[in-house]
Every structure is written in structure tokens, then in C-alpha cells.
Write a protein that binds this ligand. Structure first.
Ligand code: BDR
Ligand code: CA
Length: 314
């Protein structure tokens, strides 16, 4: 079994990622925590609860976390991508979950789940990294319980929310720096460089929609989101960033990774939130006297048809 904690800001592709975890028999879903991001925290939390109700998971504890970045609050929301409510304006059509929020906050819930865990836990942050940075800062003694962190985020070559930066990392670059640069927990970064190479097309969405009521509901949630991706893809279809990262969390090695030293641009200029990946040859780095430092496994390649088939089959 793979013990998972999902930290999320649903979000249409978050809905697919949560669905994938719920549909995977080898996953022991310990908890779901929420963060601001695609929409404000109240909506991401409501969406997470309703998505778990849709997937029949009343048993999974849910707690709300950060409602803003660590240092510089900003008003940006991804309404044009995910709709005003984060789920293509269809959140109200989803069932209410009978089990409400856990009587605690996101960081405390993650800490107590890690503390009680009898096997190593994979954290899967698929929104801004604020909650994860706080967890690692406040509970350093628990890092030994984390098997790895599989992060959806970052762009090495051109962003989506700005020309340089990807949405999740741009939303809280200081938190991203803490998690991806300053900590030592084994981490996989799944950037948009890979996720945009793995779009799903109309035929894929039609097959999912025909698979049963949950598949139909998921495909319905793509309506606004799909309009956005029609512009970038130039055809119908969509990009399920968070689900691609979740696939790697569930099936380690599905994505091909390259260990790279990273830094995150935290200045206030046009590069804010950008990932700076050091791809110089080790011998060149040595010659220049560049310190070794921490490496993050960056997912830059995969057998894309295998990934799409994995998502659909689950
Ligand atoms: C990421 O940003 C959000 O809009 C998506 O849910 C995903 O986590 C992609 O850049
Ligand atoms: Ca997300």
C-alpha cells in the first residue's frame, strides 16, 4: 500500500487527481488538506469535501490550511481557467459530504497523520506549497516519516501564469523555495514542461464519460477548463497537470526524472516564481567551485501514452 496525504486547491485537474487516488486500490488515503490557489480557501475546501463525497470517501479527514502565501499576499485567482467556483461553475451540482471538516488545521492534521503513520507517507501537494513549507518548518522531527514529496508545479522553460512562472510555485515562491531548495526530504517535481506534453483529447474524455456516473461527473467539470485549454492546445482536449503528478505518486517511476539542483526566483520582478534549474555538467560545476547541494528529481519525460492509459484505466 502507498500511504498518501493530498494537499490541494481544487481546481478541475485537482478533481481528477483526487479521483485517481480514490480509484487506486494500492492507495491508503490518510487525509486531504486544502490551500488557497485556484480559488479562495473557503471554496477549495468546500470543493475538496464535495469531491470526496462524489467519490464515496466520507472516511477521509479533511482540514483547511493557508488562505494566503507566506509573505506577499496577492489577489490572483485562476477564474478564467477553472471557473468562478474552481470547478467550472458546477460545484453546486456535486453532493454535500456528510462528514465535515476535521476539528483541526491542515498543518496539524498532516503532523498528526505523520506522527501516527506506521509506514512511510508520500505527500502530494498539487497547489501552492504554503502548507507544506509550514509543516516542514514547524515539525522538522517528522520529516523522517515522509517517504517523498511529489509536487505538481514549476516550469523550467516558460510559465503559464506569467511568461516565466507556473501557477502553483508563483502563488507562493517563498514557500516553494523552502520545500524545493532548503529542505532535504526526497522530492519529485512534476513541472508543466512535462504535463503540457501529456494532454488528453476528446476521445479520451468521451471514454471516461462513458465509464459510469463518476466519470460522467468528472468530464462535466471540465467545461470551463476545456475552453481555456482549447486556446493553448489549438484543439479540443485538456491538460490534467495534477493527475499526472498523482500518477507518479501512486506508481513511482512512471515518469522519468532527472536529479537537478534548483532555485526559485523570489524577487519582485518578471521572473518571480520561476524555477532556476542548474543543468551544467557536474565537471563544469566542480571547475567553477559550485557547491554540491540538494537535488530534486525533476520529471521531464515519460511514455505519454502509458500515462494517459493509466489515468483512464483507473
Ligand atoms: C497548476 O495550477 C493550477 O491551476 C492547477 O490546478 C495545477 O495545480 C498547473 O499550473
Ligand atoms: Ca491544483
Amino acid at each position: 500500500m502507498t500511504a498518501l496525504i493530498i494537499d490541494t486547491d481544487p481546481g478541475v485537474d485537482d478533481a481528477f487527481a483526487i479521483a485517481l487516488a480514490c480509484a487506486s486500490p494500492e492507495v491508503d488515503l490518510l487525509g486531504v488538506t486544502t490551500v488557497f490557489g485556484n480559488v479562495g480557501l473557503a471554496m477549495t475546501t468546500r470543493n475538496a469535501l464535495r469531491l470526496l463525497a462524489l467519490y464515496g470517501r466520507e472516511d477521509v479527514p479533511v482540514a483547511a490550511g493557508a488562505d494566503r502565501p507566506l509573505v506577499f499576499p496577492h489577489p490572483h485567482r485562476a477564474r478564467t481557467v477553472h471557473g468562478r467556483d474552481g470547478l467550472s461553475d458546477l460545484a453546486d451540482t456535486l453532493p454535500e459530504r456528510e462528514t465535515g471538516l476535521a476539528n483541526t488545521d491542515a498543518v496539524s492534521l498532516m503532523a498528526s497523520l505523520l506522527d501516527r503513520a506506521t509506514e512511510p507517507v508520500t505527500l502530494v501537494p498539487i497547489g501552492p506549497l504554503t502548507n507544506i513549507a509550514l509543516l516542514l518548518a514547524v515539525h522538522p522531527s517528522l520529516t523522517g516519516k515522509i517517504e517523498r514529496i511529489v509536487v505538481m508545479g514549476g516550469a523550467l522553460a516558460g510559465g503559464n501564469v506569467t511568461a516565466a512562472a507556473e501557477f502553483n510555485l508563483w502563488s507562493d515562491p517563498e514557500a516553494a523555495r523552502r520545500v524545493l531548495v532548503e529542505e532535504e526530504v526526497p522530492t519529485v517535481l512534476v513541472p508543466t514542461d512535462l504535463t503540457v506534453r501529456c494532454p488528453v483529447d476528446t476521445a479520451w474524455l468521451d471514454r471516461l464519460g462513458a465509464s459510469g456516473p463518476r466519470g460522467t461527473a468528472l468530464v462535466a467539470l471540465t467545461s470551463v477548463y476545456r475552453q481555456h485549454y482549447r486556446k493553448s492546445l489549438g484543439r479540443d482536449g485538456t491538460v490534467l497537470h495534477d493527475a499526472v503528478a498523482m500518477a507518479e505518486a501512486i506508481s513511482p517511476g512512471l515518469l522519468k526524472t532527472t536529479p537537478l539542483p534548483l532555485d526559485i526566483e523570489c524577487g519582485q520582478g518578471p521572473g518571480r516564481g520561476m524555477v532556476v534549474a542548474d543543468r551544467r555538467a557536474p565537471a563544469v560545476r566542480e571547475e567553477l567551485g559550485v557547491r554540491g547541494g540538494r537535488r530534486v528529481d525533476v520529471a521531464l519525460d515519460a511514455d505519454l501514452d502509458t500515462v494517459r492509459e493509466f489515468l483512464l484505466e483507473r
